[in-house]
Unconditional design. Structure first.
Length: 182
């Protein structure tokens, strides 16, 4: 997810337009999403991404057509207390986060991503997240929706990949560090 330097995915007004990707970064997202086997998301992220499956206006360039096709084909599980139905290649979650993650992983040999602050926080809290992939945008927004939940204990991480894009966005990929073997 895109995150401000001070750790927010949306500002105090709920806006996140400051995280819109450059063409170079958009191409990177396309390649990353192409390699996924499933996606679990919260309601707000689902609603934000649904136009890629339903709005022909988003198919204005070759790159956006490719992304829309890849995103539309990707199986998605939506966690929501308020939605009664979903569209596109998605279904509403009917089990716990742990059960849905297990089912998604069983259905593919590819990576499965979790997106949406509340859902990701729940997955992190129960130890279901083995990697964090952050797109750090060079802006300080001063408050809003935090990227990470408050941690009840330290979660050691290893930095395994970085990349700086021409837009000055920095991609950081972390993996959970192995437990100490004292």
């Amino acid at each position: 997810m895109s995150v401000s330097v001070d750790g927010y995915i949306a500002d105090r007004d709920g806006a996140f337009g400051w995280g819109a990707p450059s063409e170079e970064l958009f191409a990177f997202h396309l390649a990353r999403v192409r390699g996924l086997g499933g996606y679990l998301c919260g309601r707000r992220l689902y609603e934000t991404m649904l136009p890629w499956e339903t709005d022909p206006a988003l198919r204005g360039s070759e790159l956006s057509v490719e992304f829309a096709d890849v995103w539309s084909a990707l199986p998605k599980v939506v966690f929501s207390r308020t939605l009664h139905s979903v569209q596109g290649n998605a279904r509403l979650a009917d089990s716990s986060v742990a059960e849905e993650v297990a089912a998604a992983l069983k259905a593919t040999d590819k990576d499965v991503e979790i997106g949406g602050a509340t859902l990701a926080a729940a997955a992190i809290e129960v130890g279901l997240v083995d990697e964090l992939r952050i797109f750090r945008v060079p802006i300080v927004v001063g408050g809003g929706t935090s990227y990470l939940p408050p941690a009840t204990e330290a979660i050691p991480l290893d930095l395994i990949e970085t990349r700086t894009f021409g837009s000055r966005v920095i991609y950081e990929r972390y993996r959970r560090a192995p437990a100490d073997s004292d």
